[in-house]
Design a binder for this molecule. Sequence first.
Ligand code: NAP
Length: 285
Amino acid sequence: MPNQKLILDGSRVAQEIKNNLLERVKRLTEKGVTPCLATILVGDDPASATYVRMKGNACNRLGIDSRRISLDKDTSTEELISVTQQLNEDPGVHGILLQHPVPSQIDERAAFESIRKDKDVDGVTMLGFAQNAFGLASYPSCTPAAIIAILDYYQIPIEGKHAIVVGRSPILGKPVSLMLLNRNATVTICHSKTVNLDKIVNSGDIVVAAVGKPKFIQGNWIREGAVVLDAGYNAGNVGDVDYEACLEKAGAITPVPAGVGPVTIAMLLKHTVDSAKAGNNLNLM
Ligand code: NAP
């Protein structure tokens, strides 16, 4: 673990990923392939609309096309699936992102599964999840991939460390746990029924917060010098970690904002560019 307190600057990590992508997008475009991400937003949830807009704007800044599809809040599962199927068949679209959560009348799992594997740049399908579990995913879920990218950027060792993941959602807690396991961490996964959460978190060299509750992880739960990664993003730009209190104890910590969030978006862009390259059999880097 690092000796000094280290603020894990996600904006910096994201910028490096995006700098690398700029050149790749340029080369693809010269070959006649402009990477394209299609985003689907169902309903009018303001936070979801903001996330989709941020993703579209990030695409545009890199020369990646973004196709934004907004569907009425009353859209049925069948109608949504017919949209994903059209995008699956469209050779000009390389990645499909269905913004989570969708309105309750929609079977979200069925909608995710309708995304063709080679365009599942957000790693939401069961096949993508399984490939991730085996360490074989082309496009692991973006937030888990971002967490690993931050650890790697700052050369924070994972192997042999005790990683505590608080949260077990299929898009975040579970996949990041598997990715840490695949990197030879010893992983404990916690959830809402976990007993003695504070003591378990206190045993972690690496703590990942993926709870969806503002300032949930307390400073006195953190072992001195632990690495804290806050995936949470709650109203008012607040993470799932009580940042000021955890900063006192942590050796390294991601802030919110400018922590995991920007790297998640950079990962989505990277996966879209990777998909554009793979889909066109181009022999580029
Ligand atoms: P989610 O589906 O609501 O899952 C939350 C998890 O936290 C569940 O596994 C739940 O346990 C667990 N949990 C709830 N209360 C708990 C408690 N008292 N003690 C221990 N565990 C508890 O949320 P999510 O989609 O994974 O998102 C988690 C957070 O990450 C949110 O703040 C979200 O906004 C954020 N997020 C950020 C990004 C990004 O780019 N930075 C991307 C995606 C999500 P049970 O399984 O037992 O219910």
